[in-house]
Design a protein around this ligand. Structure first.
Ligand SMILES: *[C@@H]1O[C@H](CO)[C@@H](O)[C@H](O)[C@H]1NC(C)=O
Ligand SMILES: *[C@@H]1O[C@H](CO)[C@@H](O)[C@H](O)[C@H]1NC(C)=O
Ligand SMILES: *[C@@H]1O[C@H](CO)[C@@H](O)[C@H](O)[C@H]1NC(C)=O
Ligand SMILES: *[C@@H]1O[C@H](CO)[C@@H](O)[C@H](O)[C@H]1NC(C)=O
Ligand SMILES: *[C@@H]1O[C@H](CO)[C@@H](O)[C@H](O)[C@H]1NC(C)=O
Length: 550
């Protein structure tokens, strides 16, 4: 064959090879298909070449030629070679045909022709529905064109075929799930109705502040006037005391609508309404109210500092890190002796894995207020994390000792038992962890999340799925709004292959989700389970745990 002018000559060569065998019919066909004139010379030249070749052998030769061109980066020409191979391979060679399509898809991928990649992979997968390479390639193409639903199904197929043991496939699944979750969550957040979280959740939230002036006012027993119906903030106060939380936002709004002379509790109403906007996931409204408190000229300093801490925590949950840290900065300047500032900033630092900064903040928080158990025990926990991170045995032993003395000092704070139990679970001191959970339940029997933790302990300790599931079900019975229980039980059910049940549980958790960040995560879990269910039955493979997904 002549090798002048790469593109054209290779085309001629391919056509010629084909013509030699196809004969007259083929000739007409190729004249129609190709606008290029074929020289008699090239036909003759190749005729003698393939006397003994079967169509299959010829197809294989085209494929090899395609592969060689591919290796040399001549993707257009490789595609033409694969075209020929696909054209002439006899029907019965299904696996080889699938390979040709897959190879052509690889060439299209190099040319970024995503729709052609998808079309060719589809043909390959139609011929072999467990064709890992083709599934993975199509998943990548779908990802490129941001069709995350289809990308997920394909990468799920790949993960199932690889028994979830291939890191790069898992990472891709993770990536796609996050994108899908974001799409879902941003839709869901638009239509979501505010839900009052469980009583325990509300209690926990207020308990995380040691110096919340407005909360203290809510707890003070003021002689209620007794005559007539309460209005405004006083009505909200009664609602808080009687746990009729759904009445609080309207009552505060009423207070804020009073004329100046009528109202004594404008700041209190703003601060309380902000907390309930936050608790019900209405972050934008919460930030507005908190900003009014922060900018107010009449608000007490401690109320302003508390509002800054609360606003920064919303910024954290909405991924506005700069604003979050700026509010903490303002709060620490305004109230340098208020322990809550450092306690809450320490939590943020811990989340950001800035363990050293977290330790400094917790040290300061405890120094400023040694009588606040939650800050103390979180300090112990942070020291423990730090010790694990830098592998410092002395700090580790000290943090364990500190946990024990925290428990001795505050025997009625469930938080101390629970955090220490988590540490002991991690250190595989299971027996003590179990005892700690029992103690926590004695002090705080209504805390559903303790049951979830206990279930997790039994899972890790004894591999006892049944017992774990029972504890988690119990958590849901105690508190039907325990999102943590739905989510955790959902992942356990995925592990057992109960995908339908898992999806239902994730949907229940989603309905309780408050922040978009949380919802992204929950949707990812749900979508992973849903895709596994679909694919496992399509491919006839048993569902497996989607390990390694966050
Ligand atoms: C996955 O597991 C199945 C059966 O458990 C096994 O036949 C197959 O070879 C495994 N595949 C991989 C990629 O490990
Ligand atoms: C992991 O999966 C990808 C995509 O299927 C594949 O290219 C790669 O070779 C696999 N790695 C291992 C170690 O199996
Ligand atoms: C979430 O995504 C799935 C799959 O894309 C879709 O079927 C569903 O309607 C979405 N749900 C919401 C609430 O956006
Ligand atoms: C309930 O338990 C969780 C940990 O599982 C803890 O963070 C929370 O503070 C507890 N609630 C109360 C009101 O103590
Ligand atoms: C605010 O007060 C005005 C009159 O004082 C009343 O007409 C209006 O309905 C009130 N709005 C709300 C939201 O309570």
């Amino acid at each position: 064959m002549s090798s002048s002018g790469s593109g054209l000559s290779s085309l001629k060569w391919q056509l010629a090879l084909g013509l030699g065998a196809i004969g007259a019919i083929g000739l007409t066909y190729w004249y129609m298909k190709s606008s290029k004139k074929i020289s008699l010379h090239s036909i003759e030249e190749t005729k003698s070449n393939d006397v003994d070749e079967s169509p299959f052998q010829r197809a294989q030769r085209y494929k090899s030629e395609g592969n060689e061109l591919f290796r040399r980066g001549k993707y257009d020409e490789a595609i033409l070679a694969y075209n020929k191979a696909i054209e002439i391979i006899p029907d019965e060679y299904k696996a080889d045909l699938a390979t040709y399509y897959q190879n052509r898809a690889a060439a299209y991928e190099q040319l970024k022709k995503w729709s052609s990649v998808i079309a060719d992979c589809e043909k390959a997968i139609d011929l072999n529905n467990k064709y890992e390479k083709a599934l993975y390639r199509r998943a990548k193409a779908y990802e490129m064109i941001k069709d995350f639903e289809n990308a997920l199904d394909d990468v799920t197929s790949v993960c199932l075929l690889q028994n979830f043991s291939n890191q790069s496939s898992l990472l891709m699944a993770d990536r796609v799930l996050k994108e899908l979750g974001k799409k879902n969550a941003s839709e869901a957040i638009k239509t979501r109705k505010p839900i009052i979280p469980s009583k325990n959740f509300i209690k926990t939230y207020f308990a995380s502040f040691s110096e919340d002036t407005v909360h203290k006012k809510l707890l003070e027993t003021t002689p209620l006037l007794g005559q007539g119906e309460l209005r405004g903030f006083l009505k909200a106060k009664l609602a808080f005391a009687t746990e009729k939380y759904e009445e609080i936002i309207p009552a505060c709004t009423e207070e804020l609508n009073f004329s100046e002379s009528e109202s004594n509790f404008k700041i209190e109403a703003l601060a309380l309404r902000a907390s309930f906007y936050f608790l019900t996931g209405q972050f934008k409204e919460a930030v507005e109210d908190l900003t009014s408190v922060i900018d107010s000229e009449t608000a007490e300093l401690s109320v302003k500092v508390n509002a800054l801490i609360k606003r920064s925590s919303i910024y954290m949950q909405t991924e506005k890190l700069e604003e979050c840290l700026a509010d903490f900065e303002k709060a620490s300047n305004l109230g340098p002796t208020i322990s809550d500032v450092f306690h809450h900033r320490g939590q943020v630092m811990l989340l950001l894995e800035k363990t050293e900064e977290a330790r400094k903040d917790f040290d300061k928080a405890v120094e400023l207020n040694p009588n606040f158990p939650i800050a103390l025990v979180q300090k112990c926990y942070t020291d423990y994390r730090y010790a694990m991170q830098v592998q410092d045995v002395d700090v580790l032993m000290k943090s364990i000792e500190d946990f024990r003395s925290a428990i001795a000092k505050f025997p009625n704070c469930p938080e101390t038992f629970i955090l220490f139990a988590q540490v002991q679970t991690e250190r595989q001191v299971y027996q003590e962890a179990e005892e700690l959970y029992h103690k926590a339940l004695k002090v705080d029997p209504g805390n559903a999340s303790v049951y979830v933790h206990k279930g997790l302990l039994l899972l890790q300790w004894k591999g006892d799925i049944e017992a774990a599931v029972q504890f988690m079900r119990q958590a849901i019975e105690i508190d039907e709004k325990c999102e943590f229980a739905y989510e955790t039980l959902g992942t356990v059910e995925v592990q057992r292959g109960n995908l339908v049940i898992a999806i239902d549980l994730f949907n229940k958790a989603i309905a309780l989700g408050r922040s978009e960040m949380e919802m992204v995560h929950l949707f990812s879990l749900r979508d992973a389970a849903a895709s596994q269910l679909k694919i496992a039955s399509r491919m006839g493979i048993g569902p497996k745990l989607m390990k390694g997904l966050s």
